[in-house]
Design a protein around this ligand. Structure first.
Ligand code: B12
Ligand code: SF4
Ligand code: SF4
Length: 365
């Protein structure tokens, strides 16, 4: 009798509705590829390996102004703390590298490279990845009786890189980014939390070896140790999340006005990266094609029009003007002088201060 009961329990735990967990897994991975994700894998639900690293990161103040990172640290490190029904996580990665020739332009640091970080040149990835992962979650729910799912992109309290590494999508590089062995780190992450325990993937081995190029390439020393980023020194934080003044002496933007790709550009695993999900890899709207001098001339309405459907909106109108002014000053762009002179009396103090600083540099011989 006991033996029979055990057999029943075992077969219940591997079959959901009419499908075995192996079949569900295969279906999910196949459909993820068909929906345009470059990599997919399953992570087990367990407390994070880097819980202590995150607690230390917050204790050091490395989260800068991002209070959401300091809140509920333990919860962020345990999927089940937030979603007790979770049994496994389907991790997804979408490429965004863009045209192959862009890599060469970036490597040479030429001025025609867009000043927007690559991940934000296409359509807003939150929307693109959410809609594709929802489609996949709906298809799974239609196949599996009683399945609960939750789609997450960026904003949920999860350690997305650690989950992706646990799901075998790649390894965490010394620049803190998740690196796929073929696609490099120009990939964005999404997850579908599942109430079914699917067989998990094996993690991949480290691919950094004794390379330290990213640590040396950061112009502000924000990578304070391998795998550890101090956001207070990072251009990405300064141009996207920072709502105060932007100090042009402290943050070396290298011509970028939204986000920063410097520690990824130098990575040997990104040198051949190209293509990706169409909507992410193609420039979206005017902001994906504009240069610094043009951005400085935008009115609030023009900014609104140029950034519709783009992740660049996160910086806000004044934030983008402030960043563009600092970038123009650091690059000493003579063609930006007239716009900077107008912005020097802008009603927003941060924009005005940035424009005055930049104008002085542009006019200095
Ligand atoms: C806060 C945040 C930021 C902050 C802080 C970045 C940071 N490194 O923490 C700022 C604004 C600076 C930022 C910048 C960028 N971000 Co961001 N960001 C996030 C967010 C919301 C949370 C990250 C986090 O948990 N940070 C806390 C630190 C402690 O964790 P971590 O960086 O993941 O580091 C892990 C490892 O370093 C590991 N670790 C610690 N010690 C050790 C030791 C060893 C040996 C190993 C192996 C690992 C290890 O522990 C940590 C936790 O697992 C995630 C989305 C999410 N919910 O996860 C996106 C996310 C990480 N960002 C993303 C992107 C694209 C970027 C930028 C590339 C954008 C840009 N071009 O400007 C840069 C990259 C900067 C960089 N080199 O990390 C992607 C990364 C994709 C990828 N391939 O890795 C994510 C996953 C968003 C997404 N859904 O795709 N980001
Ligand atoms: S994103 Fe830029 S500023 Fe931030 S760590 Fe990388 S190179 Fe440094
Ligand atoms: S530049 Fe080198 S050390 Fe840094 S992430 Fe790439 S391979 Fe790793």
């Amino acid at each position: 009798m006991l033996k029979r009961a055990m057999v029943l329990v075992r077969s219940f735990s591997v079959h959901w509705g009419m499908r075995s967990v192996q079949e569900i897994r295969e279906f999910a991975l196949r459909r993820a590829g068909e929906l345009g994700f470059v990599a997919a894998g399953v992570a087990p639900v367990r407390p994070a390996l880097h819980t202590e690293a995150l607690a230390q990161w917050v204790a050091q103040g490395y989260h800068a102004s991002m209070q959401f990172m300091a809140r509920d640290v333990r919860r962020r490190c345990d999927v089940r703390a937030a979603w007790p029904w979770a049994r496994s996580v389907l991790c997804l990665a979408a490429g965004y590298a863009g045209r192959a020739e862009d890599s060469d332009v970036a490597a040479a640091g030429r001025a025609e490279e867009s000043p927007i970080a690559r991940y934000a040149r296409g359509r807003d990835y939150h929307r693109v990845l959410k809609s594709r992962s929802r489609k996949l979650a709906d298809e799974l729910a239609a196949q599996v009786d009683g399945l609960q799912t939750l789609c997450c992109v960026d904003t949920a309290p999860l350690l997305e890189r650690e989950l992706a590494a646990a799901a075998g999508l790649g390894w965490i590089g010394k620049n803190a980014c998740l690196i796929h062995p073929q696609c490099g780190s120009y990939i964005l992450l999404a997850e579908i939390i599942l109430s079914v325990e699917l067989p998990a993937d094996a993690p991949r081995p480290d691919g950094c070896g004794d390379c330290t190029r990213c640590l040396e390439a950061c112009p502000n020393g924000a990578l304070v140790a391998p795998y550890v980023l101090d956001a207070r020194r990072c251009n990405s934080w300064a141009t996207i999340e920072n709502r105060g003044e932007l100090d042009g002496e402290r943050f070396k933007l290298a011509g970028q006005v939204f986000g920063c790709d410097l520690c990824q550009r130098v990575c040997p695993h990104n040198q051949k990266a190209a293509g990706g999900m169409e909507e992410l890899a193609q420039p979206h709207g005017q902001v994906g094609r504009a240069d610094v001098a043009m951005m400085l001339t935008w009115s609030a309405q023009e900014w609104d029009q140029a950034t519709r459907g783009s992740a660049v909106r996160r910086a806000g109108y004044e934030g983008l003007l402030r960043n563009a002014a600092i970038a123009a000053g650091q690059c000493r762009l003579p063609q930006a002088a007239a716009a900077l002179a107008r912005l020097a009396t802008h009603e927003d103090d941060c924009v005005a201060a940035a424009a005055r600083w930049a104008l002085a540099r542009c006019l200095r011989r």
